[in-house]
Design a protein around this ligand. Structure first.
Ligand SMILES: *[C@@H]1O[C@H](CO)[C@@H](O)[C@H](O)[C@H]1NC(C)=O
Length: 223
């Protein structure tokens, strides 16, 4: 009997450890936590590594995106804030405050040209199904609103890094300690000879060649 209760306690611990390993626990800056991914969506084939280091202050979510194994650093130099930068190479975060599979969320992207895409997404089907609505509203003036970005290319080391600051007021989430969020992170990879075809890489596999599948978003806790 005692042995059984030991076993049950052990199993309960194991389940707790496995459950928490699914979560990302974001600390207050300057500590950080890293979401790292190395696989394609949906095939699971290899992707060059992408890291997203996260932390929060009382007023902002700070993200450091790092793309490794980069060869093309491909973007359209004519594109500016909220242009279709996702047609080329970007790193992305989909962000929602709350624990639901969201129908509205913030889509943030940054390109190797230091250009950002900032949109509130309306996705009532949670899966952008054929014929379902998928709409967006842009944040028109992110750099007047408290957003910041700084992107550095390191071509000899096949790497680009972007430091991004997103104001927590966007989510009514200042002083976020203790809150639960849903997020996913992505990277698109292409080059002039492959364009417009892209490799899609992601943190949580959405199971389709489509990022807008919100039940796949990971659980993120601000601790
Ligand atoms: C990136 O763009 C932001 C916003 O315009 C600007 O503040 C920053 O200096 C830029 N960084 C680089 C490296 O171009």
């Amino acid at each position: 009997m005692r042995r059984l209760s030991f076993l049950l306690a052990f199993i309960a611990d194991l389940v707790a450890v496995l459950a928490s390993s699914k979560d990302l626990h974001v600390p207050k800056c300057p500590a950080t936590v890293q979401a790292k991914f190395t696989t394609q969506i949906p095939s699971g084939a290899a992707c060059p590594q992408t890291n997203v280091d996260l932390c929060y202050t009382d007023t902002s979510l700070n993200l450091v995106f790092t793309a490794l194994g980069e060869t093309a650093f491909y973007f359209d130099p004519k594109q500016t804030t909220n242009g279709d930068i996702w047609k080329y190479e970007v790193m992305e975060a989909f962000i929602y405050k709350g624990s639901d599979d969201p129908q509205t969320y913030f889509e943030y992207e940054v390109s190797p040209n230091n250009v950002t895409f900032n949109a509130l997404i309306y996705n009532p089907s949670r899966a952008s199904k054929a014929n379902a609505a998928l709409d967006h509203a842009f944040i028109a003036n992110p750099f007047s609103d408290g957003f910041a970005v700084n992107t550095v290319l390191d071509k000899p080391n096949k790497k680009w890094t972007s430091h991004s600051t997103i104001p927590l007021a966007l989510f009514t989430a200042e002083k976020p300690r203790g809150t639960t969020w849903r997020m996913n992170f992505f990277r698109t990879i292409t080059n002039p000879s492959k364009y417009p075809s892209q490799q899609l890489c992601g943190w949580k596999n959405t199971g389709q060649a489509n990022f807008h599948i919100t039940p796949a978003f990971g659980v993120v806790k601000f601790v």
